[in-house]
Design a protein. Structure first.
Length: 503
C-alpha cells in the first residue's frame, strides 16, 4: 500500500468518524428535547442563490407589489437571518466566497468574470461540492456558475457531477444595452449546447433539472445548488408569470423564482425527504439600482450592488430543515456566505481543506441554540483588493474610500447613471442606524481604534497569504462556437494532488 493511498484511507476514515459523531450528537440533542432520535442519516443540502435580489425583495423581508409565499413558508417553518452578508457585492466574487469559504480576494476571483477571462477558480481550492465528496454526495449545479468558463474551471472539474446553465451573467450577450459581448453560451456538462437561449425559459429549465436531480438521487445524500440567473438584468419571465405582479416585470421574475422554490420543496415532501433536507435561500448581493424599475429594493439599507454599504452586502437569507431548525426563528447575529462551507462540514462531518479559509461554523446560529453568537470577531468587507469596511457586532467602520452612488434610476432595461462619492472614516451603530446615516466616530474613538487595528492586521495578513487563481493560456483565434472542452474529467497535477491528500 502506498503512502498516498494510506493517507487517503486515513482521511476517509476520519471523515466518517467525524460525521458519525456529528450525527450522533444531533440525535442525542433531539432526544433531549423530547423528540425521538432518528437513525443517523446524512442530510441533503439545497442552496438557492439568486442574482441581484435586494434585501427587501421577499415577502418576509417587507416586499411591496409581489408575494413570495413559498420562501415565506420557509421562513415560517425555519429561520430568517436579518444580518447576513455576502463576501463581496458582485457576481463572481460573491460566488467564490459562497463555494470556497474564502474571501474572494484570497483566491484571486474578483468582480464579474466575462467571456474574455482566461482565469478562474484554481484546482487547489475546495468547493462545497468537493468537500461533500468525502461523504459520497451527488452534486449538481443548475444556473449561473461564474467562476470561469474555460474547461479547467467548470463545475464538473470542481466536484459537481452535473451542470446545466450559463457560465457567466445573462447580460453578457450581443443585446447588452451599453457594451459589446459575443454570443451567450448555454452549457450542459462541459459542452455548449446553444447560443443566446430563450431566457424566458431559464428559471423553468433550472427548476425542471433540479426536480429531476432530486428524484434521481432520492436514495443517497445530495447537494443541489440552484444558482438562478434572475433577477439580474435583462429580466425575462415565462408566460405563466408575465403580468402577475403589481411591481411589473421585476416582481413577475421574483414570483417565478418563488414558484421554483415551491417546486423543490414539494418534490422533497413528495419523496419523503423533507425532514432530512437543509434548504438555504440567499441572494448574491444587493440590487442593481441603476436599472430602476428592472432592479430590486434594498429597503432601509444604504446604496446597492457594487458597494460595501449595507445595501450592497446585506442580503435576505432564509433556512429550513424541519425538526432541526426551529420554526419561526429569527437570527439577528452577523453571518456571511463564507461560513456555509465550514458549517456544512461541521454538520456532515467532513474535513476542511488544508489551506486557510476565512469562514467559521455558524452551526449554533443555524439551529437556534440558546445564546448563540457569531463566532467571528469581525467580518472584512472588500471591494476588489481594497479593504473598505469592518463589521464587528453592531459596529461598522468604513475606511475612507470612493464608491458609486445612483444619480437616477433607468427604465425598461436601460441603466441610469452613477456618480462617484467619497466617504471619510465613518463609524455606524447598525442596531440603531441600519441605514448608515449618522457617523458616530467622534463619540466612540475606542471602537474606531479597535476596528482600525483589526482591519490593518487582517489586510496585511491577506496580502501576505492570498493565493493565485487558475490561469489558462488561450489564443484569441481559438474563440469559436465549437468549444474545445477537452476530455471530461481531465485532471491537472494540482487537481490530482488535492484529491490524493484531501479525500
Amino acid at each position: 500500500m502506498t503512502s498516498q493511498t494510506t493517507r487517503r484511507a486515513f482521511l476517509q476514515t476520519a471523515a466518517l468518524g467525524a460525521a458519525s459523531l456529528a450525527l450522533t450528537r444531533t440525535s442525542s440533542a433531539g432526544k433531549a428535547k423530547g423528540k425521538a432520535a432518528s437513525p443517523a442519516r446524512l442530510p441533503n443540502i439545497v442552496i438557492v442563490f439568486t442574482d441581484d435580489q435586494g434585501y427587501a425583495d421577499l415577502g418576509c423581508f417587507g416586499a411591496q407589489g409581489f408575494e413570495t409565499p413559498n420562501i415565506d413558508r420557509m421562513a415560517a417553518e425555519g429561520i430568517r437571518f436579518t444580518n447576513f452578508r455576502v463576501a463581496q457585492p458582485v457576481c463572481s466574487a460573491s460566488r467564490a466566497g459562497l463555494l470556497t469559504g474564502c474571501y474572494p480576494n484570497r483566491i484571486g476571483i474578483l468582480g464579474a468574470l466575462g467571456p474574455g477571462a482566461t482565469h478562474g477558480i484554481a484546482d487547489s481550492e475546495m468547493t462545497i461540492a468537493e468537500n461533500l465528496k468525502q461523504r459520497d454526495y451527488a452534486a449538481a449545479i443548475y444556473g449561473k456558475y461564474h467562476l470561469g468558463h474555460l474547461p479547467p474551471f467548470l463545475p464538473t472539474r470542481h466536484g459537481f457531477d452535473d451542470y446545466f446553465g450559463l457560465p457567466y451573467s445573462n447580460d453578457m450577450w450581443p443585446k447588452h444595452p451599453t457594451s459589446k459581448f459575443p454570443d451567450l453560451p448555454l452549457m450542459e456538462g462541459e459542452k455548449i449546447i446553444e447560443y443566446n437561449p430563450d431566457q424566458s425559459q431559464l428559471t423553468t429549465w433550472y427548476t425542471e433539472r433540479a426536480v429531476k436531480f432530486i428524484e434521481k438521487n432520492a436514495n443517497r445524500p445530495f447537494f443541489l445548488y440552484v444558482a438562478h440567473s434572475m433577477p439580474h438584468v435583462p429580466l425575462f419571465v415565462s408566460d405563466r408569470f408575465k403580468g402577475k405582479s403589481k411591481r411589473g416585470l421585476y416582481g413577475d421574475v421574483i414570483m417565478e423564482i418563488d414558484w421554483s422554490v415551491g417546486q423543490i420543496l414539494d418534490t422533497l415532501k413528495r419523496l419523503n425527504l423533507d425532514d432530512n433536507t437543509w434548504v438555504i435561500f440567499i441572494s448574491d448581493n444587493g440590487p442593481w439600482l441603476s436599472y430602476g424599475d428592472h432592479g430590486g429594493s434594498a429597503g432601509p439599507l444604504r446604496e446597492g450592488k457594487g458597494t460595501t454599504w449595507e445595501g450592497g452586502v446585506r442580503v435576505p437569507c432564509v433556512m429550513r430543515w424541519p425538526g432541526r431548525i426551529p420554526a419561526g426563528a429569527v437570527c439577528n447575529e452577523p453571518a456571511m456566505t463564507i461560513d456555509l462551507l465550514p458549517t456544512i462540514a461541521d454538520v456532515v462531518g467532513t474535513k476542511l481543506p488544508d489551506h486557510k479559509i476565512d469562514g467559521l461554523s455558524i452551526r449554533p446560529l443555524v439551529f437556534g441554540e440558546p445564546n448563540a453568537q457569531c463566532p467571528h470577531e469581525a467580518y472584512y468587507l472588500y471591494w476588489g483588493n481594497e479593504l473598505q469596511a469592518v463589521v464587528s457586532g453592531k459596529w461598522k467602520l468604513h475606511f475612507p474610500h470612493t464608491y458609486r452612488s445612483l444619480v437616477a434610476g433607468g427604465a425598461d432595461g436601460k441603466p441610469g447613471p452613477y456618480k462617484d462619492e467619497k466617504t471619510e472614516l465613518a463609524l455606524y451603530d447598525l442596531e440603531a442606524d441600519i441605514g448608515e446615516k449618522t457617523n458616530v466616530a467622534a463619540q466612540h474613538p475606542d471602537i474606531v481604534r479597535r476596528l482600525s487595528e483589526l482591519g490593518k492586521k487582517f489586510d496585511e495578513e491577506m496580502n501576505r497569504t492570498k493565493r493565485e487563481p487558475g490561469r489558462v493560456a488561450v489564443e484569441k483565434k481559438a474563440e469559436t462556437k465549437e468549444q474545445k472542452a477537452g476530455p471530461a474529467g481531465a485532471k491537472s497535477p494540482a487537481r490530482k494532488k488535492k484529491e490524493a491528500t484531501q479525500k
